[in-house]
Design a binder for this molecule. Sequence first.
Ligand code: THU
Length: 166
Amino acid sequence: MYIYLMKSKTLSFQLGIFESLAELPKEDQDLINLASQARENAYAPYSNFKVGAAVLLENKQVVIGSNQENASYPSGLCAERVAVFQAGAKFPGIPILKIAIVASSDKTPAREPAAPCGNCRQSIFEYENRQEKPIELLLMGGEGSIYKCHSIQDILPLAFGSDSLG
Ligand code: THU
């Protein structure tokens, strides 16, 4: 443990853990099911790791995405960014309420949810910061428990945003 001579702050967050879909409200179950369906359309011949995302907007519309890979690996895009960019393009200015993400390889179904990668956290934060309302995350693996985060900032503390640019 570090002893700081100056001030220090501990940053923490509460992660909701649900053992099954049935424990969640219907709205969350529906969104996770849509993310799961979206995952079927992942184009992931290189990693075989398929991810589906479903974004629920304040106007009740749902926008989906799945990871789209490329032979030139960095040219591919994650499911979360496909979904939030599509939401921004189709429904500009409509706040995002929540995002469900279902991520797993088909060969070895993950029992633990996979959290969004750093680039996706940053991209989702841009929307949260702009709309000044938290974006809730629902995360699921191939099977098993579901994690719920209240805000993208929970998993991206000290985020870099437009405010940082001055
Ligand atoms: N992937 C996502 O779609 N979302 C993430 O947050 C992490 C990774 C995709 C990218 C790539 O197609 C595959 O999963 C393996 O990294």
